[in-house]
Design a protein around this ligand. Structure first.
Ligand code: CA
Length: 467
């Protein structure tokens, strides 16, 4: 008999209900079992505060701490006080995990149905709780220290590889090493921030010709899951796989916007650079490992013939429960669709359980050379694609590198190189100005409450182009 190395956390008990009535809607993303961390602007105090989302409400954690709800000893100058009165989640990420879990338990007790009322609690319930559509959400980290993007979906890697290297789609390192590159941290923006179409160099039309400079014509999204890191490691001290998850503050949705034409010309021999660094969008809610604990699943089942991971990337707990069963979707609305009052259309639906490498393996690998990871760092998974056509997590894969210069975009008979048809009659091979991309993610299980990530949105804005 084997025991589950990561059993559901007690704070996910499905019996729990909140006095915030919208949290009890079974279809909602934010029951009292979720309580994702976020940062929002408190309009009364005119400052950015650490919060949690519950139903359609945001709760000001600094105010609860100030009222003595979150800390028995009511320390005014301790690390918990500092973390909750900070303008973002960076100090919270630096706390020991046990302190964050204790905070989560206190928050849950305050928000639970039947929690002690009393005059003081009633006043706090009014003062510290805000309707989500009446305040502005901020990025979880004001400045992300470091950002690394992996390439952990074997389906994505195979799809992209076979477009450009039909006879040799997967390079020989892929099944041994979680492939990644160092991304740009300063251009990470929160959901809702417009994304300006980048300009850059385009490959010469013929070999040996002169490249041109101009607006990106093959603008794409990439559906990814990100982990904001907690704790960290000393320079020179790797993080063993068994402890890797202690370094996760929580998960978010990530859109790794990609300029395919710029990428194609610049990426060899050192990898992605300006094709990726112009913007990366994250969702505002950091969903905790505790909230996700009922939705753990095994690591990718490697088909017979695939190599086993090297010992530093393998252990039974990772194999048994290293994965996360998160359903992920991409939706698109063009400017014309919004003008005509049409909702977005779904482009794809996949699952994070399809990833070839787990987040713990990515983390352990990242630190395996002694590189020091920092609290607040963002690690993204790479495009999440599944084996089915409608589980492809980028437009490049959905349209099979559709030719955007043809009008309407070219359909190649006998292949799945086909443009995406929108209900307005518009067609897309890649993103047009005004297009809004919406990522959604959630977990469901018959005996637990649904846990959702909310949305990660971005509208493509016309660029300010100079040649
Ligand atoms: Ca990516």
């Amino acid at each position: 008999v084997t025991t589950n190395p990561r059993p559901p956390h007690p704070t996910t008990s499905p019996a729990l209900r909140s006095w915030i009535e919208t949290a009890n809607d079974p279809a909602g993303d934010f029951p009292i079992q979720n309580l994702p961390w976020c940062v929002f602007h408190n309009p009364d105090d005119d400052m950015d505060v650490v919060g949690v989302r519950v139903g359609d409400r945001l709760v000001d954690c600094a105010m609860l701490h100030d009222a003595g709800v979150l800390d028995d000893d009511h320390h005014e100058h301790g690390p918990v006080c500092d973390a909750l009165t900070a303008p973002d989640l960076l100090d919270l990420a630096a706390l020991p995990r046990a302190m964050r879990v204790a905070l989560r338990e206190k928050l849950q007790a305050f928000l639970a149905e039947g929690a002690a009322g009393g005059q003081r609690a009633r006043r706090l319930r009014e003062k510290a709780v805000f309707a989500v559509d009446e305040v502005e959400l901020r990025a979880p980290m004001e400045r992300v220290p470091n950002y690394t993007d992996f390439y952990a979906s074997v389906h994505h890697a195979t799809n992209v590889g076979s477009m450009f290297r039909p006879t040799n789609p997967l390079l020989p390192n892929y099944k041994h090493i979680p492939i990644g590159y160092h991304g740009r941290a300063s251009s990470i923006v929160v959901s809702g921030t417009p994304v300006v179409r980048p300009s850059g160099q385009h490959a010469p039309a013929e070999e040996g010709g002169t490249p041109t400079f101009g607006p990106c014509k093959l603008l794409d999204y990439e559906l990814e899951v990100g982990a904001f890191l907690a704790g960290g490691n000393e320079l020179g001290s790797p993080i063993p796989l068994a402890h890797a998850e202690d370094h996760i503050l929580g998960l978010v949705l990530v859109n790794d916007w990609s300029a395919r034409d710029l990428q194609k010309w610049e990426y060899q021999p050192l990898g992605p650079f300006l094709a990726k660094s112009f913007a990366t969008t994250v969702s505002p809610y950091v969903v905790t490992p505790e909230a996700l604990s009922p939705f753990r699943c095994g690591a990718y089942e490697r088909p017979a013939g695939d190599p086993a991971p090297l010992p530093y990337l393998a252990d039974p707990a990772n194999e048994q429960t290293g994965g996360f069963d998160i359903t992920l979707e991409v939706w698109l609305a063009s400017a014309e669709m919004r003008d005509r009052g049409m909702g977005p259309v779904r482009l794809s639906r996949g699952s994070f359980r399809q990833m070839y490498w787990t987040l713990a393996q990515m983390l352990a690998h990242h630190a395996s050379n002694g590189c020091n990871l920092l609290p607040g760092d963002l690690i993204a998974s790479g495009t999440v694609s599944g084996p089915e056509r409608d589980a492809r997590g980028s437009m490049l894969e959905l349209t099979w590198n559709g030719d955007p210069f043809a009008t309407p975009p070219k359909l190649v008979p006998g292949t799945d190189r086909t443009p995406i048809q929108l209900p307005t009659g518009e067609a897309r091979a890649f993103l047009a100005d005004g297009d809004e991309v919406v990522l959604r993610g959630w977990c469901e299980h018959p005996t637990f409450r649904r846990i959702g990530f909310g949305e990660c949105r971005g509208v493509v804005a016309a660029g300010n182009h100079r040649t």
